[in-house]
Write a protein that binds this ligand. Structure first.
Ligand SMILES: NC(=O)C1=CN([C@@H]2O[C@H](COP(=O)(O)OP(=O)(O)OC[C@H]3O[C@@H](n4cnc5c(N)ncnc54)[C@H](OP(=O)(O)O)[C@@H]3O)[C@@H](O)[C@H]2O)C=CC1
Ligand SMILES: Nc1nc(=O)c2c([nH]1)NC[C@@H]1CN(c3ccc(C(=O)N[C@@H](CCC(=O)O)C(=O)O)cc3)C=[N+]21
Ligand SMILES: [Mg+2]
Length: 292
């Protein structure tokens, strides 16, 4: 079993980004500026925001965090989005999901100007991605592609099973793995909560990508010998011995899956690390006008 090490890879990519910032400074160019809007207290979003701000500092990007309580009105939030759309110093921004029940996520996503949508959630970016056109690719799927590429994992002709069909992870990941590209050219199955026999699918898979949101859900008995495992899940489980009273685990039961896997991503230290740096990569692209 080998580890797909997100921590090491992310550190390497941060060095590349820091070098790009140095170059921009030397040329007297504009420092890339990323903004994030966080509504309420979703735990996965808090982890993400913390790491994003820290990474921006490390590499020399500017970052702005806008926080609102869970009871913020949809109108106020749409107003913030409009201000960020207009703000010429901001190259890209994201609105953290999930949003509270009373706010229409689609309405907010559609309000983001596609050229600043470094999450790649706007249907214009999603559509461009699906057709293999220049686009912002959502940070998590993009980070996974980066990981597969840099570890030279073979994907052409492989059976890839994605578990989860969210707009932000499962669905774009499935599309990307099916595109005529590397990584890609795979035969893709997308599973979800209505899948009749999940294990029947995962047992056939050469590559399993789990984005479910259920702690330790995928176990060794559901996997084939030699499988490559990409675990996207970020789940809190109670742990009295941990400093915060909880620890993070993935959607895959790491210890059991590791007995079957040829490659596996840890949680933490796997996909999440790449998500953060790929958002920064998208922000650099935005500041250079590389997509639009
Ligand atoms: N590491 C990272 O960078 C990131 C991590 N995450 C984490 O990844 C996980 C998934 O996130 P996200 O995609 O937003 O989650 P969502 O809750 O939006 O989607 C979960 C998906 O899993 C499916 N699902 C739920 N239960 C089962 C089941 N028993 N069997 C099969 N499929 C099931 C759902 O099916 P259905 O559609 O039928 O409801 C849905 O498609 C979370 O833990 C999240 O915190 C998210 C983003 C980035
Ligand atoms: N608009 C939007 N875009 C997102 O991409 C988005 C979102 N909303 N809402 C929440 C989820 C969750 N998510 C994470 C990304 C990185 C880590 C991460 O950095 N994880 C590290 C650190 C864990 C730790 O701090 O211990 C790791 O896995 O090693 C976690 C979670 C992005 N999401
Ligand atoms: Mg969700």
């Amino acid at each position: 079993m080998n580890i797909l090490d997100g921590k090491i890879l992310a550190a390497k990519i941060r060095e590349e980004l820091a070098a790009a910032v140095e170059e921009i400074k030397a040329e007297g160019g504009k420092i890339p500026h990323l903004a994030a809007v966080l509504v309420g207290e979703d735990p996965a979003s808090q982890v993400y925001v913390r790491n994003k701000v820290r990474s921006c500092e490390k590499i020399g990007f500017k970052s702005t965090l806008i926080r609102r309580p869970a009871d913020v009105s949809e109108d106020e939030l749409l107003g913030i989005v409009e201000e960020l759309n207009q703000d010429e110093d901001i190259d890209g921004f994201i609105v953290q999901l999930p949003l509270p029940e009373h706010i229409d996520e689609n309405r907010v996503t559609l309000a983001i100007q596609p050229g600043k949508d470094v999450d790649g959630f706007h249907p214009v970016n999603f559509g461009r991605m699906a057709q293999g056109l220049p686009a912002y690719i959502p940070a998590t799927p993009n980070g996974i592609l980066e990981m597969l590429k840099r570890y030279e994992i073979e994907t052409a002709g492989k059976e890839v099973v994605v578990v989860g069909r969210s707009n932000i992870v499962g669905m774009p990941m499935g599309i990307l793995m099916a595109l005529k590209a590397y990584p890609g050219n795979a035969t893709v199955t997308i599973c979800h909560s209505r899948t009749r026999d999940l294990a029947e699918h995962t047992r056939r898979a050469d590559i399993v990508i789990a984005a479910i949101g259920r702690p330790n859900f995928i176990t060794a008995d559901m996997l084939k010998e030699g499988v490559v495992i990409v675990d996207v899940g970020i789940n809190r489980v109670d742990d009295e011995d941990a400093p915060r009273g909880y620890r993070l685990v993935g959607d895959v039961d790491f210890d059991s899956a590791a007995t079957k896997a040829s490659w596996i991503t840890p949680v933490p230290g796997g996909v999440g690390q790449l998500t953060v740096v790929s958002l920064l990569m998208n922000t650099l692209k935005a500041s250079r006008g590389e997509v639009y």
